[in-house]
Design a binder for this molecule. Structure first.
Ligand code: NAG
Ligand code: NAG
Ligand code: NAG
Length: 354
């Protein structure tokens, strides 16, 4: 398996070098206007889902131990990216779409979270609404006048997806020679999705660049959690570069700087590197590439139990020192670090400077 994976990744590496990389650094931002964003609408996957995936591990122990203190649908021990973005806007984290009919009207004040763990821009291995369908849900609410034009104008949309699309592509053994084509079709579809959200009148739209997938514990376990897999990271890098260009084109097309990107790619890399450096000086610190919560055997995962309900996973002593919570997701501390790393983009958003 390991060799097989390694050779697949080397192949990926070679093929990816054939993808044209015309994309340079992001254009310097210009002053746009002052804006006050008081609602948040969220689309995408488990990195931003706060409770739309019933019956998933996120609703089982030990998820949610740090916040809210019990499992409640976040793929983390506590806060995820959405919660930090909401705190940045000084609003409550928007309620999950699944809860819309069970909460009071006042709970719709801060927007809504349509994101669903396991989902993608296209169909993935996990059942559930893809990005298109999540946007359909949003459109239905707008048509029902749950949110007005003014509401939308003072809203931020947070969009984060693609990781599950690549995982699906690789697990389905899509031929690596098709990867550049797959990447292009993903970016094209995501551009359409972003344009559609903007067409409703949403004021600002922040889209996540792709995390370095080769640093996820699922990949680093093959190196005993020592190194990220560069060949896989190159997929994330290429995707992120293409997305930067796509977002630049969208802003040019509409003649306004409505879209910004959140550079999760470099945020993950720089924070992991910082934590590795800190650990070199103080070896008792946790290895940032090692997940806090792991299955006891390779068939178990964070949250699994046996027939008798006995837990088949272990949780680290200090989740607040970890970067990753499980094999795929940052812990609350990990997200906090990432949030710190993307402050510059976010400050520009709050000041209306792009
Ligand atoms: C609904 O709003 C109330 C009042 O702000 C708050 O206490 C409660 O936590 C909210 N419920 C959810 C599910 O967010
Ligand atoms: C998203 O899912 C819907 C419903 O299954 C499907 O009709 C649509 O084609 C999908 N969109 C994309 C881009 O795959
Ligand atoms: C992918 O499919 C090809 C052709 O069907 C096969 O030879 C190869 O072993 C498969 N690779 C993986 C990783 O399953």
């Amino acid at each position: 398996m390991e060799n097989h994976a390694q050779s697949l990744f080397s192949l990926l590496l070679l093929l990816l070098f054939t993808i044209s990389r015309e994309v340079g650094a992001q254009a310097p931002f210009r002053v746009y206007d002052d804006c006050s964003l008081s609602k948040l609408f969220v689309f995408g996957d488990s990195y931003v889902d706060t409770g739309n995936f019933q019956n998933s591990p996120s609703f089982k122990p030990p998820y949610g131990t740090t916040f809210p203190g019990k499992p409640a649908g976040r793929f983390s021990d506590g806060y995820v990216l959405t919660d930090y973005i909401a705190s940045f806007l000084k609003i409550q984290s928007p309620i999950p779409y699944n809860m819309r009919d069970t909460v009071g009207k006042s709970n719709l004040t801060y927007g809504m979270n349509f994101a669903r763990g396991g989902s993608g821009i296209f169909k993935t291995l996990v059942d559930g609404p893809n990005m298109t369908t999540q946007i359909d849900f949003f459109q239905n609410l707008i048509q029902q006048n749950v949110y007005t034009k003014q509401d939308l104008q003072s809203s931020l949309a947070l969009v984060n997806a693609a990781g599950n699309d690549y995982a699906t592509f690789l697990l389905r053994n899509g031929s690596t020679k098709d990867l550049p084509f797959f990447m292009k079709s993903l970016i094209d579809q995501l551009s359409l999705d972003l344009k559609r959200i903007q067409s409703f009148g949403v004021g600002k739209i922040a889209v996540g660049l792709l995390e370095p997938m080769g640093c996820l514990p699922q990949a680093t376990v093959f190196t005993s959690y020592k190194n990220c897999m560069d060949a896989i990271n190159l997929v994330s890098y290429s995707h992120s570069q293409m997305l930067l260009q796509a977002v630049k084109n969208l802003n040019q097309e509409i003649g306004k700087q409505v879209f910004i990107t959140l550079d999760l790619y470099n945020a993950f890399l720089s924070k992991i590197a910082e934590m590795q450096k800190a650990r070199a000086a103080k070896p008792t610190l946790m290895n940032p590439l090692e997940p806090c919560c792991v299955g006891v055997s390779k068939d178990d995962f964070c949250g699994s139990v046996d027939e008798k309900g006995a837990k088949k996973y272990n949780v680290c002593e200090k989740p607040e020192e970890s970067f990753f919570w499980d094999n795929f997701h940052p812990s609350q501390n990990g997200w906090h670090q990432v949030y710190n790393a993307i402050q510059t983009s976010l400050q520009q958003l709050s000041q209306g400077k792009f």
